[in-house]
Design a protein around this ligand. Structure first.
Ligand code: IPE
Ligand code: IPE
Ligand code: MG
Length: 260
């Protein structure tokens, strides 16, 4: 491709992105479930499913970027996942660390800003420092904001927020939704418009409970390692057909691609 052709292609892509922006969810949260079952069905150890799941993570990040999603939050390890065998937990953390180290530069080059929600202090020290490094490196990027929920649980998050508020000695009259929101791990991030859960389970498993008050929910039987760009698009199309009312009777966003 000549330089001019490349420029034209880039411009066309930017235009395409902009056009989608009006109708795509601004923030998508994904409960990436089904790695274990994917492996068991193939007579493989569960960790093979987690490895394969990482490929789906890369695909999802690429798709989110391509369709102009502003925020993507990936549920990677819940506060309840500590109940799993020690070896699996250890494997998951080392896999995360390794991939973050390898993919960090690449994400940075693609203008992705990486962040984390969840309680860090109990994670392995080397993982914590990898998380810090990547946050620092990508902190000023202006593209997709990619948030990994690691050792995340909504109840813990809300409890922590209450604790912070009590510690700040806020007056009773000043305690309102805004103040609580500000003190959640997600402070400053808009609520998810769409939450996707793979693997057929229809529950939130302690994911973004406060923030999901008005999220559209999309459940698919596809196991996480099998989640392709096409599946991602299916979820977006489902979202585009919803009428969002937020308790009212009409909202302008329902005019965008919604069926009357
Ligand atoms: C999701 O897959 C990944 C994590 C929770 C870390 P699972 O490991 O929960 O897969 P299933 O539900 O056992 O199939
Ligand atoms: C939810 O999946 C947590 C993550 C995807 C990280 P789980 O597999 O832990 O959820 P349950 O136990 O089926 O509710
Ligand atoms: Mg599961």
């Amino acid at each position: 491709m000549s330089k001019q052709e490349k420029r034209l292609a880039r411009e066309a892509m930017e235009k395409g992105k902009k056009k989608m922006e009006k109708v795509v969810p601004s923030h998508i949260g994904i409960i990436m479930d089904g790695n274990g079952r994917w492996a068991v069905r193939r007579n493989l150890p569960r960790i093979a499913g987690h490895k394969e799941g990482l490929k789906a993570v890369r695909r999802a990040v690429k798709s989110a970027d391509r369709y102009g999603i502003r925020y993507l939050t990936l549920y990677s390890f819940s506060t309840e996942n500590w109940k799993r065998p020690k070896e699996e937990v250890r494997f998951l953390f080392s896999l995360m660390e390794q991939r973050l180290r390898v993919e960090g530069e690449n994400l940075h080059k693609n203008n992705v800003r990486v962040g984390f929600i969840g309680k860090r202090d109990v994670l392995p020290a080397s993982l914590i420092s990898t998380m810090k490094d990547i946050e620092k490196m990508t902190g000023k990027n202006t593209g997709l904001t990619l948030i990994f929920a690691i050792n995340y649980g909504s109840r813990q998050e809300i409890t922590d927020a209450v604790r912070k508020i009590v510690r700040s000695k806020a007056a009773e009259k000043d305690v309102n939704e805004k103040l609580i929101e500000k003190n959640l791990y997600t402070g400053g991030v808009p609520d998810p418009d769409l939450i996707i859960r793979t693997s057929g389970e229809k529950r939130l498993s302690n994911f973004l409970l406060w923030q999901a008050a008005y999220s559209e929910l999309y459940f698919t039987p596809v196991l996480w390692p099998d989640f392709t760009e096409e599946e991602f698009l299916k979820a977006i199309r489902y979202y585009q057909k919803r009428k969002r009312k937020f308790g009212g009777i009409h909202s302008p966003s329902s005019l965008l691609g919604g069926e009357e």
